[in-house]
Design a protein around this ligand. Structure first.
Ligand code: 1MF
Length: 199
C-alpha cells in the first residue's frame, strides 16, 4: 500500500503512545524504514506486520487496531492535504459513500499502483444504508468499520455498524448494515474534522 497508509499508522501510534511507542511497534514488526514516503508503494505485508505489532505493543486485538486506524485515516487525510478530495466526494454520509469508487479513480490517475477497494451503497431509509465492500485484500473488514464511523464523524453523524456478511465466513464479499443519527460528539471535534475536510 502507498506510504501514506503507513504514515497514518505512525501518526495514530504517536498520538496514542508517543514516539517510543511507535519505535517499539516498528522494531517488533521488523520494519527498518526510517521514514515512509507517501507516494511510494510498500508491500502489503509491511502494513499487516505494523498492525500485528501495534496489537502486541498496545495490548489491543488486531481488529481493534484496524478499527481505530480506519477512523483515524479519515481525520488524517482530511488534515493532511486531502480535504478537497474528501469534500469533492459529497456533502452527506450516503452521498460520500456512493462516491468512494469515483474518489479512488481520481487518486488512481496519479497513483498507478493503487489497488482500491470498491463500495456499493443501498439506501434502506433516511437513516439506514447497506454498504457492500469488495477488496483485493483480506482481513481488513474491521478497518472498514472504523472508516465508516470516521466518515460519520466528518458529517456529524453517529454511525452504528453491523457486519452482516463476512468473507471470513465464506461470503464472497463483506456487507455492513449502517444506522445513523445526528451525533453528540462535542461540536468542536466534528467541526475540526469537517473544517479539515473543507480546507
Ligand atoms: O492500494 C493502496 O495503496 C490503497 C491505499 C489507500 C488503497 C486504498 C486506500 C484507501 N483505503 C484504505 C483501506 C483499503 C482497504 C482495502 O484495500 O480493502 C480507505 C478508503 C476509504 C474508505 C472510506 C472512507 C474514506 C476512504 O479513503 C479516502 C481516501 C482514499 C485514498 C486516499 C486518501 C483518502 C489516498 C490519497 C493519496 C494517496 C493514496 C490514497 O497516495 C498519494 C497520492 C498523491 C501524493 C501522495 C500520496
Amino acid at each position: 500500500m502507498y506510504g501514506l497508509v503507513n504514515k497514518a499508522i505512525e501518526d495514530l501510534a504517536v498520538a496514542v503512545g508517543g514516539e517510543e511507542t511507535w519505535l517499539a511497534i516498528k522494531e517488533k514488526a521488523g520494519v527498518d524504514v526510517v521514514a515512509f514516503l507517501s507516494m511510494d508503494a510498500y508491500p502489503d505485508e509491511l502494513t499487516y506486520s505494523l498492525v500485528g505489532a501495534a496489537s502486541e505493543v498496545l495490548g489491543m486485538t488486531p481488529d481493534e487496531i484496524l478499527e481505530a486506524f480506519g477512523k483515524h485515516w479519515v481525520l488524517y487525510t482530511a488534515r493532511g492535504g486531502y480535504g478537497p478530495l474528501l469534500k469533492s466526494a459529497g456533502n452527506s454520509l450516503p452521498e460520500f459513500l456512493s462516491n468512494l469508487d469515483a474518489l479512488h479513480v481520481r487518486v488512481g490517475l496519479t497513483m498507478p499502483k493503487l489497488r482500491p477497494p470498491s463500495f456499493r451503497v443501498q439506501k434502506i431509509s433516511e437513516s439506514e444504508l447497506i454498504v457492500s465492500y469488495y477488496s483485493q485484500r483480506l482481513g481488513l473488514a474491521s478497518m472498514v468499520v472504523g472508516l465508516l464511523k470516521g466518515v460519520g464523524d466528518m458529517f456529524g453523524q453517529d454511525v452504528t455498524v453491523a457486519h452482516t456478511l463476512n468473507r471470513d465466513s465464506g461470503a464472497d464479499h463483506d456487507e455492513f448494515a449502517l444506522t445513523f443519527v445526528p451525533s453528540n460528539l462535542p461540536a468542536s471535534e466534528t467541526a475540526e474534522i469537517h473544517a479539515a475536510a473543507q480546507a
